[in-house]
Design a protein around this ligand. Structure first.
Ligand code: ATP
Length: 304
């Protein structure tokens, strides 16, 4: 099984209101999905046919709703219950606009964190690939991801987070990190306007401890820095909703790893999942026939 870690999950609530504007009243149906980056990864891994166990913190009636929804999707959940309620994140999709209201999330106590760490150690015994995604909840120190990476040092830990949580976690030597261009720029505080600068920038994260780096570049594909350096070129697609494409590309990478595919194929899966998600209205959704078609058109070139 593949383990996904979502320490700050949410119920994602989406409203589709074509003429959305402030200072007005709208009547709209809500669409709810289990959210938080790690749960997007779980959904895509599940659609790719993998057995997944999702862990992290869930609390209150929102937590129960997420647990039930995961069960309906055939995703195993193994969460620690938090005293505080799991958050809601609201997205209002207008015509060409997206307004988001993101609650900060439940505060986690030291006792709950300790309980989670013990639980995580047990889950590591049964899982070889660990996908850790998203922000840290309030009350949890930036060093937590470093600890989760260190505890998983004999496994393949894929970490997708940003800012100080990412920088601090690098010392835990994650197997893979997946920054996007903006996240890398924010860390390095320098313009990254050429391929050379992007590679040089990504290499500094390797110097700080990341074993491999998948630098995702949205419609421009990605650069992968592992034993060798690869540029992945992707075809143009009709984008509907790219939110969650990064999470989908993490899932595609983990799927390829799980199946012991050569790195070129792993990278193709990763890109195809990100693209298939972008071609769909739903966040964290992919289509297998679409992926099969896209894989034929993705070009992986060794450049270093
Ligand atoms: P998110 O935070 O929304 O999950 P991200 O910023 O982490 O996304 P991106 O670099 O935007 O990640 O996207 C990941 C992958 O998804 C890309 O490498 C690419 O394969 C695919 N993708 C994303 N956006 C597009 C797009 N507009 N056109 C084609 N492919 C895309």
């Amino acid at each position: 099984m593949i383990l996904t870690v979502t320490l700050n999950p949410a119920i994602d609530v989406r409203y589709e209101i074509s003429d959305f504007n402030i200072d007005k009243i709208f009547r709209a149906k809500s669409f709810k999905t289990p959210g938080g980056k790690g749960l997007n990864v779980s959904r895509v891994l599940n659609l790719l046919g993998n057995s997944v166990v999702a862990t992290g913190f869930l609390g209150g009636s929102n937590g129960t709703w997420i647990k039930n929804s995961l069960q309906n999707l055939n995703i195993n959940s193994s969460f620690i219950e938090s005293a505080s309620e799991t958050r809601n994140c609201i997205a209002i999709l207008g015509q060409g606009s997206q307004t988001e209201i993101l609650e900060p999330g439940a505060e986690i106590s030291e006792f709950e964190l300790k309980k989670f760490i013990d639980h995580y150690k047990n889950l590591l015994l049964e899982n070889e690939i660990i996908c850790i995604s998203g922000s840290l909840p309030k009350g949890i120190s930036g060093e937590t991801y470093k600890l989760l990476c260190e505890l998983g040092k004999n496994k393949k830990v894929i970490l997708d987070t940003s800012g100080t949580s990412l920088i601090e976690a690098l010392q835990g030597n994650p197997f893979l990190i997946k920054p996007n261009q903006e996240e890398l720029k924010a860390i390095l505080q320098t313009p990254l306007d050429t391929q050379e600068k992007l590679i040089k920038g990504a290499l500094t994260l390797r110097d700080k401890g990341a074993q491999n780096i998948l630098l995702s570049l949205g419609k421009n594909g990605a650069i992968y820095i592992g034993d060798d350096i690869y540029k992945i070129d992707i075809p143009k697609i009709q984008v509907i909703n790219p939110v969650g494409s990064g999470d989908s590309s993490v899932a595609g990478f983990a799927h390829g790893l799980k199946n012991n595919l050569p790195i070129e194929e792993i990278l193709k899966y990763s890109m195809a999942c990100g693209m298939s998600n972008a071609m769909s209205n739903e966040t964290g959704f992919i289509s297998l026939p679409v992926i099969e078609e896209l894989m034929k058109k993705i070009i992986v070139k060794k450049i270093g």
